[in-house]
Design a protein around this ligand. Structure first.
Ligand SMILES: Nc1ncnc2c1ncn2[C@@H]1O[C@H](COP(=O)(O)OP(=O)(O)O)[C@@H](O)[C@H]1O
Ligand SMILES: [Mg+2]
Length: 417
């Protein structure tokens, strides 16, 4: 099992050593160097396991452990205390305040690995009882290993579409280093971008700070823009990016990711943190091949299979492969088809997403419908108190299509989960 692990230690060399071992084991590792940050991060990240150093200035490990146990949101997280060589008292006290296990410093690599494995196995069997996090929005990743498949177009329209449908907090997080496409597509000039957290330690990054980086669009959606200079995005660590995405999903109902066309660690981490992964494909063989490579990569990286939806975007029509040949070529069904739409270029040039400026266009209608179908169940099942125009359109489409007939829009309705 790959887990989210928080290391709490005031000694940064010790943190790094532990982090190295755990990262090699494939775990997602976060760290805090004092008790206050540890408590906050534990609540926000909902880690699967915490390593907690006993000796820390100000708030020691016992106190941190006691407070973690007191808080209903963190009361069940497994905790391993890191104690000094000789101190039996420390070990006893650790167990008294609610630690699950202890590890004597300095520890051997295999010892650490064995403890982690054992505790994670133990909690996996109890995971049904795990404390529910306070709020968890839906993260929707849009991705393609090849550029030019319409990832930014779809991500931008989904975010604007979701915001219009439900009028609830929605974010478009633009993770593409190549210079702020998200801003262009929404005709926004963001004052702040991801660059503004590049020099911040994890302990300074919280929900409020992330909130100040967002720029609101007229659709209601917020943009977390990528920096104008590509290089800056590469300075961000995987931990910084993962923490920001995690914080966003605790406050926003929908977080849509415009992901870069690469398989860097941060991109893979973002894909794994998403509940929906839309994999885009254009109607040509190179794109089919790239999608197959992507599916292999997802299997290796353990991106959950049931999160993946394959979407064929007909970016061009000339000599295009027919949608019906795709399932055979891909050995996988295509979940939705976005038709070729000449208005897409104007939408881009004007910075006006199709779902706003041209919702009746072929792609506008399909992406609005995609947004509806990817919405949280509690949204889809009950009409909103004040139905938006977008919702009324989605509702009308649902009535027209009846129980079966979505054929005009999709090769197939996105299956319910
Ligand atoms: N369904 C579509 N019909 C026509 N043009 C499209 C469609 N989807 C995207 N495009 C166009 O394709 C180009 C690439 O789209 P973009 O979203 O920038 O792709 P990516 O982010 O994958 O590189 C843009 O010019 C966009 O307007
Ligand atoms: Mg793009």
């Amino acid at each position: 099992m790959k887990a989210k692990i928080l290391i709490v230690d005031d000694d940064s060399a010790a943190v790094e050593a532990t982090e190295d071992v755990l990262t090699v084991g494939g775990h997602q590792v976060f760290s805090a160097n004092n008790g206050v940050d540890a408590l906050r991060l534990a609540e926000e990240l909902q880690p699967d396991l915490i390593f907690l150093d006993v000796k820390m200035p100000e708030m020691d490990g016992f106190e941190v452990c006691r407070r973690l146990r007191e808080n209903p949101k963190t009361s069940r997280v497994p905790i391993i205390m890191l104690t000094g060589q000789t101190s039996v008292e420390e070990k006893v006290k650790g167990l008294e305040v609610g630690a699950d296990d202890y590890l004597t410093k300095p520890f051997q690599r295999i010892e650490l690995e064995a403890r982690v494995k054992m505790l994670l196995r133990r909690t996996a069997s109890h995971s049904v009882e795990k404390a529910e996090p306070a709020f968890s929005g839906k993260t929707i990743a849009v991705y393609s290993l090849r550029g030019g498949t319409g990832v930014s177009t779809v991500a931008t329209n989904l975010a604007a579409g979701l915001a219009q449908l439900w009028g609830c907090p929605t974010v478009l997080a633009d993770l593409v280093p190549a210079g702020g496409q998200g801003g262009l597509m929404l005709n926004l000039l963001p004052r702040y971008t991801w660059a503004d957290i590049a020099d911040k330690p994890l302990s300074d990054i919280d929900g409020d700070l992330v909130g100040t980086l967002l720029t609101q669009h007229t659709s209601g959606a917020f943009l977390l823009a990528s920096p104008r200079f590509a290089k800056i995005m590469n300075h961000l660590t995987v931990q910084q990016i993962s923490l920001v995405l995690s914080l966003l999903s605790r406050r926003y109902h929908y977080v849509v990711l415009d992901l870069p066309h690469d398989c860097r660690e941060a991109t893979v981490a973002a894909l794994k943190a998403s509940q929906e992964v839309l994999l885009l494909l254009t109607p040509d063989l190179a794109s089919v091949a790239a999608l197959k490579t992507t599916l292999d990569m997802f299997e290796e990286e353990e991106v959950p299979q049931d999160h993946i939806r394959v979407v064929l975007n007909q970016v061009f029509t000339r000599n295009a492969l027919e949608p019906k040949v795709m399932p055979g070529a891909l050995k996988r069904e295509v979940n939705a088809v976005i038709p070729y739409t000449p208005e897409a270029v104007d939408a881009l040039n004007l910075g006006m997403p199709l779902v706003l400026g041209a919702h009746a266009s072929a792609a506008g209608e399909v992406i609005e419908e995609l947004a509806f179908q990817l919405s949280a169940e509690e949204h889809r099942k009950a009409p909103p108190a004040e139905p938006s125009k977008a919702w009324q359109r989605a509702h009308r489409r649902a009535e027209q299509r009846g129980p079966k007939g979505l054929r005009r829009l999709f090769t197939q309705v996105i299956p319910e989960r």
